[in-house]
Design a protein around this ligand. Structure first.
Ligand code: FES
Length: 103
């Protein structure tokens, strides 16, 4: 697990990208104690998906509008057809850690 410096200061409803060991990780804070974490790269054409926005549990790509469910990465709307890579996460001592070791 890798610590994401700064994620613990995020507000509920905030979407941000963090660089972790050279990987751009998208982080969405969905509740006081909960985050969705995923690769910040759209599977359609590589757009930085954190420049898009969120509706419910879906993140929407800013380039062509593909939608992904942040809980499991599944595609909810074309033009993407492959799921988003999602990372397990946990909070320890108030800090967010993400599982990217096998990525
Ligand atoms: S790059 Fe994301 S929908 Fe095309």
């Amino acid at each position: 697990m890798k610590k994401i410096d700064g994620a613990s200061q995020m507000q509920v409803g905030e979407l941000r990208a963090f660089s972790v060991d050279g990987i751009s990780v998208g982080v969405y804070k969905h509740s006081d104690h909960g985050f969705y974490t995923f690769e910040d790269a759209c599977t359609h054409d590589g757009a930085e998906i954190c420049n898009g926005h969120v509706e419910g549990t879906e993140v929407i790509c800013p380039r062509h509008g593909a939608r992904f469910d942040m809980r499991d990465g599944s595609v909810r709307r074309m033009p993407a057809t492959s799921p988003l890579e999602v990372f397990a996460n946990e909070i320890k001592d108030g800090e967010l850690y993400v599982e990217i070791d096998n990525f």
